[in-house]
Every structure is written in C-alpha cells, then in structure tokens.
Write a protein that binds this ligand. Sequence first.
Ligand SMILES: [Zn+2]
Length: 242
Amino acid sequence: MAAFREHITFSSLLGIGYGIASCTVLGFTPTQGALAGWLTGIAGMLPDLDSESGRPKRELFSVVAAIAPMFLVHHVLRWLQLPYDAETILLTMILLYIGVRFGLSEVVNRLSVHRGMFHSLPALVIAADIAYLGYPGRTVGSKLLMAGGVAVGFLSHLVLDEVYSVQLSGMAVRLKKSAGSALKLVGPSFMPNIVTFSLCGTLTYAVLTQMGVLDRPTGEPGRVLQQADERAREAERALVPR
Ligand SMILES: [Zn+2]
C-alpha cells in the first residue's frame, strides 16, 4: 500500500486540478473551487482511517473535529429547539468537538479492520453522500461539486493502493496479497458488508430525495384522480339516456 504522504500528495495534486477546473470550466466561484479542491485533498486519506498507524486517523479527526461543529451547530440547535444565543452556540460547538474528536474516533477504532470496508466503492459513495448532505451551500450544483471532490480524492486513494499492490521485479509482474482489496464492492465478512450497504443506501436515498430526484411533487396523483373522474363521467353519460 502507498504511504500516507504519497496518498496526500496525489490527492492534493488532484484537488488543485479539480479546484481550478471547477472555476474555469464549470463556472463556480474561486472560493467554491478552493474549498472543493481542499476537500479532494483531505478525502485522499479517508480510507486509511482504519489503519493501525495512527497518523491518518489523528490528522483527519483533528480536521473533522475542528470543522464539523460549524456545519452541525445550527442543525443541532434547531433539532433540540435550544436558544440561539452566543453561550449556547459556543457550548454546543465545544461538545460537538469533543464528541467527534474522541467519541467518533473511538467508534471507528472499534468497527474497523484494516483494508476492510473502508477501502471499498460503497464507502466512497458514503463519503460523497455525507459531503453532499453536510455541505451548507444552497444550490444543488455547489453540493454536487463538494461531493464530487470527496469522491475524486477517495477514489485516488483506492487506485493508488491498487497500483502499489502490483510488484515489479525485473520483467515479472507479481500481484501482492493485497491486490484487489482496495477497489472492491463487498468484503469477505458478512456484517461489515451489511452495515456498509445499509448506510450507503440510506444516505444515497437522502441525497436523491434532497435533490428532488425522488419524491418530487409532480402532481401525478392529482392527474390520476382527474383521469378517473373523467372516465366516471363518461361512463355516466353513456348510461343515462338523453
Ligand atoms: Zn489505503
């Protein structure tokens, strides 16, 4: 597998490209592009959250713990119907920081096996879904941009891990034992697969609903009722002699 530094270098380069392309080609603002590029770079270390060496985990949880409270505080205050004053906001943010920094990292520690389902395509979708749902921008386009950045960074990690599992010795190409374990859909054990796929399905459903792809109020039931009504009136007219 590739080392932490290689992953972060590769995803950061991709992030720079992604950020530049998003403002030059796709017409996003430079700040949106910079943010998307940064997310791409960070996402390059996401899959190694399960690794035994503490580096990616430590780096990532400090970043996430610092940023997540800003995204979450408004939602939490609204859900719990708490007052919107400076003290409550600050205290909620501190509690969220502690929760992510220590609570969430402990949960991840307990759940993960290295090269388990964190290194998989459904995990990539989960990460992108979380970025979509968590990004506070108002437009679908900007949310997709951030989710896309996370997906690109995550994918770069999986691809690099696969590249590193091909061993070149002289003319012979040998596959390491880890080959094929990064870019996978399902893992060898049952429960992690179930958990990953349920999470992936639920979050994707939430994203599609928010995008208006599912549950779009098309007035469809109304039209069906109207048609039924018309048919009934026709039938009535046919029955009643004039
Ligand atoms: Zn990895």
